[in-house]
Design a protein around this ligand. Sequence first.
Ligand code: CP
Ligand code: NVA
Length: 308
Amino acid sequence: MMKDVKHYLQFSDLTREEYNYIFERAQVLKRRHVSGELYRPLPGKVMAMIFEKNSTRTRVSFEALMTHLGGHAMFLDSKTSQLGRGEPPEDTARVLSRMCDIIMIRTFDQSLVETLAAYSRVPVINGLTNEYHPCQILADILTYIEHRGSIQGKTVAWVGDGNNMSRTWVQAADILGFKLKVATPAGYELTLLDGKQYGSDCLEVGHDPAWAVRDADLVTTDVFTSMGYEDESAVRLKAFAGYEVNEALMALARPDALFMHCLPAHRGEEVSAGVIDGPQSVVWDEAENRLHAQKALVEYLLLGKVNH
Ligand code: CP
Ligand code: NVA
């Protein structure tokens, strides 16, 4: 790793104290943006965005936030860049980080993101891997705070796949001090990759969605089939029967429970239309907050804490 460069590769890369700052700062930047005030602390700064998987929210939020901050974001994909022709990630990192000020990458293996960071002179942000999706959980927790205040001591229920999203929620629960209850179908359990042991005040796992959701403050789910696993779609559709977050399931959570989904969603599979389009759903705020949360993150990685 290059010295003194702060990367954001997993949720566990920042401390609770840093998150408290970023959530506060994101709300300041959001208010400023909504009021139409221009704030351009990054003139001439360039973000390289590498996408090896599809994206709507991640691409648009990073591109928009770099424009808002006075910089520029550049889209690269594996089809049209040399990455897709086998140029080593070490060399890509060396070159990009001599031309750009920050790199964001969405790809398959977490190890690629780690390699990129190890050879980069500038911060690298994980915009989703098979293993983690830290920027999404950053936005999700900002959304929870805006609607309900601190998430500390609350209970979050995860219903569905033991995937990149649920694995990132575990790290967030540990750092920010809330409980995560995870219900996955058999064969799709959460596998934790950071070698840590999580106590039952932080993480409980099972297979029963009703158990997970009972008395939860926040219920969240994700697609049955994540990007990169499309070959398993038909098998997964069967295995995940009974894992739809619908009105009956939501009724078991606390009456003021929120519903979140990182999107894109499949109504009638992992979530019913009544829930995602219903009064407890905050999915549009959640999507919007990708912009504000990541703006605070990028500002922090490039400028440190600012108070103006
Ligand atoms: N939630 C999320 O990361 O959306 P995109 O795949 O559209 O970027
Ligand atoms: N788990 C999903 C999230 C998409 C934003 C995937 O990896 O495809």
